[in-house]
Design a protein around this ligand. Structure first.
Ligand SMILES: *[C@@H]1O[C@H](CO)[C@@H](O)[C@H](O)[C@H]1NC(C)=O
Ligand SMILES: *[C@@H]1O[C@H](CO)[C@@H](O)[C@H](O)[C@H]1NC(C)=O
Ligand SMILES: *[C@@H]1O[C@H](CO)[C@@H](O)[C@H](O)[C@H]1NC(C)=O
Length: 160
């Protein structure tokens, strides 16, 4: 790799690091990777740069990070989750699951699999991995090879 490409990569990295340091005015707003301030769990508001103003859902209502209206505020499903007043999130009873606000249900964390609505999420067998929300099982080392191949292709494209 020549110095020119290295310096481009370094400046992209520096740029992203700078952007990530955006300070949102509202204490409940948190900047995404592009430096736009979005409201945190249990809050909603229109993203508008650093001055995004966040309103609480109120009570024991939860909403996902980035919600823009009160329509996103929900009651955590009591059969599989509990509202956590500290973080404002719906916490799944299964500690190996996370709540998916879009699907309105608990899904297994990455490197676990199963359907937490009927059975506890099981860890992947040794040497296998899974994406968050995997129901049927985990993938073997093939996915690592695929990831490496994708990385190599990206890397070659940058060089070209
Ligand atoms: C954000 O609000 C501050 C005052 O609260 C104001 O001085 C500033 O211009 C605003 N910034 C933007 C981008 O609207
Ligand atoms: C947003 O919520 C997360 C999870 O509760 C918490 O760790 C983080 O500190 C919060 N950020 C802000 C800016 O409130
Ligand atoms: C959440 O559920 C939605 C709808 O089923 C799905 O499209 C999305 O990929 C899920 N996200 C995660 C992180 O599991």
């Amino acid at each position: 790799m020549n110095i020119y490409i290295l310096s481009i990569l370094l400046s992209i990295f520096a740029f992203q690091t700078c952007i990530a340091a955006v300070n949102c005015q509202d204490s409940q707003a948190l900047a995404d990777n592009d430096g736009i301030c979005y409201c945190n769990y249990s809050y909603f508001g229109t993203p508008s740069g650093v001055n995004t103003s966040c309103t609480s859902c109120g009570g024991s209502l939860s909403s996902p990070y980035g919600s823009i209206s009160s329509l996103a505020c929900i009651t955590c499903p009591s059969d599989t989750t509990q509202f956590d007043p500290t973080t404002g999130q719906c916490i799944c009873t299964d500690t190996n699951a996370v709540f998916n606000y879009t699907a309105d249900l608990c899904v297994c964390k990455a490197n676990f699999y199963g359907d937490p609505s009927s059975n506890p999420c099981a860890p992947c067998p040794d040497g296998q991995t899974s994406k968050q929300g995997s129901v049927n099982g985990c993938q073997g080392s093939q996915s690592i090879i695929l990831t490496a191949a994708k990385f190599l292709v990206c890397f070659l494209m940058i060089l070209i």
